[in-house]
Design a protein around this ligand. Structure first.
Ligand SMILES: *Cc1c(COP(=O)(O)O)cnc(C)c1O
Length: 361
């Protein structure tokens, strides 16, 4: 039997463990921030038709630059206040995880560094490691926000080539104000990535970094169809940035990275935008109700602009997590050590969450 240690693997990968949330088959799955509302019958039919139309052309490579899809994504983003984008400023890939990898391949790499403010999305350091980019941990404030002065001090100290800001942040749900992002842009020597995977779930009045794109060619805003568009299984992430950034990404992307099937599925989902965003409104309402319920029960709860809630505090969160799982409710032990994260599900799933939690603390 050959073990991994016998193979001539890269030195920096030696001893690493593969990362991933447990995929456990239980009745109530509230652990990976998926959208609980599956596609409607009409959307399922349209997806089938879109894929069928593509099937006859699968002997050919896909549109390498996914031009139709990118035009659709730009038009979608232009519905947000103050945003003016076109195909030349929007790029797409297989999930925003691949988007992040491409950014690091182009702007990070050997001898370079990336910095993020913890607690945040674990894939930023993981993908940095994969892309041979040194990772630097900086830290959020006590309340999980990020005060502009502190962010500036961390960047001036470390001079990273790439800065990651997650807003709304995973796993805390915290959104950043423009002041913090502008302060980071004014001192960062390299690229600034604002990961807005949960952008559509932000509370009204919370701004998007998309508004800051004009005049900031080193700003990249990433989005995904995994959460708001309920399309985690299709793998479609995208970004908005200056056209020069897209030129850089063309140098590192794999040829024909986005399959014809993926492009067709994503275009169809975009055409059902109104229906899908209707579910986002429901999830925002369910989130706010759940935050209130948790606070009423005496828990500490981080303000959330996302489709999940971080709550605590527990002396032994793993024991609570396990007791919840025994009751058929899977949540996530992630982030600061005494807290748990629950994704927002349907009203029925949240009722199951509430009763399991009451029995588990
Ligand atoms: C879920 C999530 C993503 C999305 O990843 P995909 O590859 O698009 O599914 C990106 N960033 C953050 C912070 C997330 O939580």
């Amino acid at each position: 039997m050959t073990s991994l240690g016998d193979l001539p693997i890269r030195d920096d990968l030696r001893g690493q463990k593969a990362y991933g949330a447990p995929q456990i088959d239980v009745p109530v799955q509230l652990n990976t921030n998926e959208n609980p509302y599956g596609p409607s019958e009409a959307l399922v039919r349209a997806l089938g038709e879109g894929v069928a139309a593509t099937a006859g052309t699968l002997n050919r490579y896909p549109d390498r630059d996914a031009v139709d899809l990118r035009a659709g994504l730009a038009a979608y983003l232009n519905h947000e206040a103050g945003v003016r984008l076109d195909t030349g400023r929007v790029w797409a890939a297989n999930g925003s995880n691949e988007i992040i990898l491409q950014i690091l391949q182009a702007f990070g790499g050997p001898g370079r560094s990336a910095l993020g403010f913890e607690p945040s999305y674990a894939m930023h350091p993981t993908i940095s490691m994969v892309a041979n980019t040194r990772w630097i941990d900086a830290f959020r404030d006590e309340d999980f926000g990020l005060e502009a002065q502190r962010a500036v001090a961390a960047i001036e100290e470390h001079r990273p080539d790439v800065v990651f800001l997650t807003s709304p942040n995973n796993p805390t749900g915290t959104a950043l104000d423009h002041e913090a992002i502008k302060a980071v842009l004014s001192v960062a020597p390299g690229m600034v990535v604002v990961d807005e995977a949960y952008g559509e779930f932000r509370r009204s009045g919370t701004p998007s970094a998309l508004e800051l794109l004009p005049g900031n060619p080193r700003l990249i805003v990433t989005r995904t169809m995994s959460k708001a568009f309920a399309l985690a299984g299709a793998r479609l992430g995208y970004l908005a940035a200056d056209p020069a950034v897209l030129e850089a990404l063309l140098l590192v992307r794999l040829p024909y990275h986005l399959s014809s099937v993926t492009q067709a599925v994503a275009r169809t989902a975009l055409s059902f935008r109104e229906e899908l965003l209707g579910y986002v409104q429901e999830l925002r309402a369910t989130r706010d109700e759940t935050v209130e319920w948790l606070r009423g029960e005496g828990f500490r709860v981080a303000d959330s602009d996302a489709n999940f809630i971080l709550f605590g505090t527990f002396d032994d969160r793993d024991a609570v997590w396990r007791r919840m799982l025994d009751r058929g409710v899977l949540i996530r032990a992630v982030g600061p050590p005494q807290w748990l994260r629950v994704s927002v599900g349907t009203p029925a799933e949240m009722a199951a969450f509430r009763s399991a939690l009451k029995e588990s603390v």
